[in-house]
Design a protein around this ligand. Structure first.
Ligand code: ADP
Ligand code: MG
Length: 355
């Protein structure tokens, strides 16, 4: 039998195969409400309160580059990306188990930096670091965080509950993380070139990154939208579906539509992009809309809500309506600023195995 390259089926094709093999195990646990296919698994220990669980891994040279990433921020990001998946279920994170594989070149102080960032973020989100595992690594640093949260049964939100004719909402702004990454890559190139040419260190070769602070922060230190989840709870609003934007708006909206069996029409003019992100795109001769659609790692919340419920959150400036869900047959469309429609399925988000 010929072996197939994983790139032939891509990350999501691979997860589908894993899900098929895991499927029979799900039936042995009646308390398990949701298995593979959403932002978290959902478990019902007793009536009323549900547990949600997620895990996310950060790997050196895949998810981060230590030349451009302070360890403290890497620590807080590894907590935030997991809290973000918990938020996507409309749930509250409670505790984390953290596993690390550490290269021999690391010092005690480096791990202390990493964990001070983790502890800082954990405190901000109100969750505990309750355990983990430690190993050496023959390649780079690997951080794997598993996180448990909880949510009252009546607030749980899946990717799958959207119906046609509902509003599609997004929190915050998009594309900032991709802008920050591109800037950091540019600065890294300049620095490496400088070292290669054996030139003495000269501060003036580096850009003053202060004016780009917003984008760089979005990339190095994203904040999970626990504030939005708290707002939804306080207004007693349960979105019909929700996901966090980790792969890019295009891909993550496709996940909602695929799970909910709906189509969608979103409008380019309504996609929230920070003016600083547009400025950086101009400077780098790149495209801010593409970053918003495919850049990923913004960790904003994307959710759907019936029109009649929207009024309760309409005055919140952090939430914007970008379009509406439609019947499945209508497909997934983006209407651009000239009124032309583009098929969003042709706009691909991040895939670990695509070349
Ligand atoms: P997210 O971006 O929200 O973290 P992913 O795209 O990583 O979600 O994963 C989608 C679904 O597939 C989730 O339910 C996740 O738990 C599951 N999944 C991903 N990788 C694996 C794996 N190696 N084994 C089992 N389930 C997995
Ligand atoms: Mg997610």
């Amino acid at each position: 039998m010929a072996y197939r390259a994983i790139s032939g089926i891509g990350e999501f094709g691979l997860i589908d195969k894993i899900a098929a093999l895991a499927e029979p195990t799900l039936h042995t646990i009646p308390e398990l409400i949701t298995g593979i296919g959403d932002d978290c698994a959902v478990y019902q220990p007793s009536a009323g309160l549900l547990q949600v669980a997620t895990t996310d891994m950060l790997v050196d040279q895949i998810h981060f580059d230590l030349l451009t990433t302070p360890l403290k921020l890497l620590g807080s990001k590894s907590i935030s990306v997991n809290v973000s998946d918990i938020c996507a279920m409309n749930a509250i994170a409670r505790y984390a188990l953290i596993s690390i594989a550490v290269p021999a070149s690391f010092s005690v102080e480096m791990i202390e930096e990493l964990y001070s960032g983790m502890a800082y973020a954990a405190k901000e989100y109100g969750l505990a670091i309750a355990g983990g595992d430690t190993s050496s690594s023959r390649s780079g640093l690997i951080i794997s965080v598993a996180m448990i949260g909880e949510v009252p049964a009546e607030q749980l939100t899946h990717r799958s509950g959207a119906g046609p004719g509902e509003l599609i909402c997004v929190s915050g702004t998009l594309g900032g993380s991709a802008a920050g990454l591109k800037l950091l890559m540019r600065e890294k190139e300049i620095m490496l070139e400088h070292i290669e040419n054996n030139e003495p260190y000269n501060k003036s070769i580096m850009a003053d990154l202060k004016e780009y602070g917003n984008a760089i922060q979005s990339h190095l230190s994203p904040i999970a939208r626990l504030d939005i989840v708290r707002l939804l709870h306080s207004k007693n609003i349960r979105p019909s579906s929700m996901i966090d934007i980790s792969d890019g708006l295009s891909s993550d909206l496709q996940h909602i539509c695929r799970s909910s069996n709906t189509g969608a029409l979103i409008h380019e003019s309504r996609i929230p992009i920070h003016p600083a992100t547009r400025r950086i795109a101009d400077e780098l001769q790149d495209d801010a809309l593409t970053w918003a659609l495919t850049g990923g790692e913004d960790y904003q919340l994307l959710f759907t809500i019936p029109k009649e419920e929207y009024e309760a959150i309409a005055d919140n400036k952090e939430i914007v309506v970008i379009g509406e869900t439609t019947d499945e047959e209508e497909g997934l469309l983006l209407s651009d600023i000239y009124g032309m429609t583009i098929d969003l399925k042709t706009v691909k988000g991040f895939d670990h195995f695509s070349s």
